[in-house]
Design a binder for this molecule. Sequence first.
Ligand code: SF4
Length: 447
Amino acid sequence: MPSVAFYTLGCKVNFYDTEAMWQLFKNEGYEQVDFEEKTADVYVINTCTVTNTGDKKSRQIIRRAVRRNPDAIIAVTGCYAQTSPAEILDIEGVDLVVGTQDREKLMDHIHTLQSERQPINAVRNIMKTREFEELDVPDFANHTRAFLKIQEGCNNFCTFCIIPWSRGLSRSRAASSVIAQAHQLVAAGYKEIVLTGIHTGGYGDDLEDYDLADLLWDLDKVEGLERIRISSIEASQITDKVLDVLNRSSKMCRHFHIPLQAGDDTVLKRMRRKYTVAEYAEKIRRIRQSMPDVAITTDVIVGFPGETDEMFQNGYNMMKSIGFSEMHVFPYSKRTGTPAARMEDQVDDEVKHARVHQLIDLSEQMQLSYAEKFVGHVLDIIPENNDKGVFGEGMIGGYSDNYLQIAFEGSEELVGKLCRVKLVEPGANTSKGQLVRVLEQEPSQLA
Ligand code: SF4
């Protein structure tokens, strides 16, 4: 049986795309082997280019695969492949470069390479692409939650971000295809679907008379689906129509990841983000009105060029007053080719790192106070595999709909089942709980 090994760098969308490429190989009778294996026939490296470090790491992994098995076909895909195909083909041993589109032709290229070993550059301009590339992902290895990609690309061109150049402009997946995939995932036993994309909340911007709220209502009707989560949404994309879904659909998770990036208007403007601090805060107020216990998580970039102590402090105070349930904090990292990389007033690394620490501490305090609110509450958890032993011996754990990670005593048999768990001891990252009851039928009974 021929074999393929994958290595994925970067974000959730890239991991999703790898799963989609694996389906293509699987359909041709391939088995998947570990990337550490020396005997794979094909190595696929799905690269990332979000920072300059992403590029460097991608190159290292490619070289590692070439060394591991010089006879194997080395295929490089993803964002870095899309933006710099020539740079990748210069690495000795690379056979194929495919970017972030035309992946349905991947197997044809592999067949060509099997008969004729001539490097192929299959990357073409992504900025002209207007269609969402349909790739089927009917199941996921080692996941209780299923990811469903509904959107690709972004029209925003924030000054720090290269993504529109590597992923192209925003495209939405046809609703009929999203719904069909949702039915398939539910039949495979998944109870929770995470809607994913590069700019997920931009779903529908390129469609006529159909938007994200319409899609959420259509998903709400999918029988057997218990939870719908949106991986990320911009404050401006939470429209009255979306708020209405939150008010009335019982399947929508009480969790929103709404990137803030900075809590000061001058910085936001220089980042070319399309909201002010006041507009963002007002949106959060309205979401909380619709869903009182909602968890709001966010991304923050610290040390953006020109960020003074005062601007940082404004942001710190603003984040504290919002009360996020978690913040992902990143030091600003220059991305060649973006306007921010050319800005003159870059912030010193030392200052950046001190600010990052301050915000991580703040995030941990906020995580704990959010968990404390739920002590004594009974929450629904869908336990995940404890392969890495993260939950401890004899324990199992997973996420509630409002994104609290709870560990409780239980066996692997509970993985994937809907469990009612009482939160007894709050934690900044993981809280402890007690199993009240299992709500559940076997996944196979749903099929
Ligand atoms: S919204 Fe901004 S940060 Fe997000 S992908 Fe688009 S350009 Fe990048």
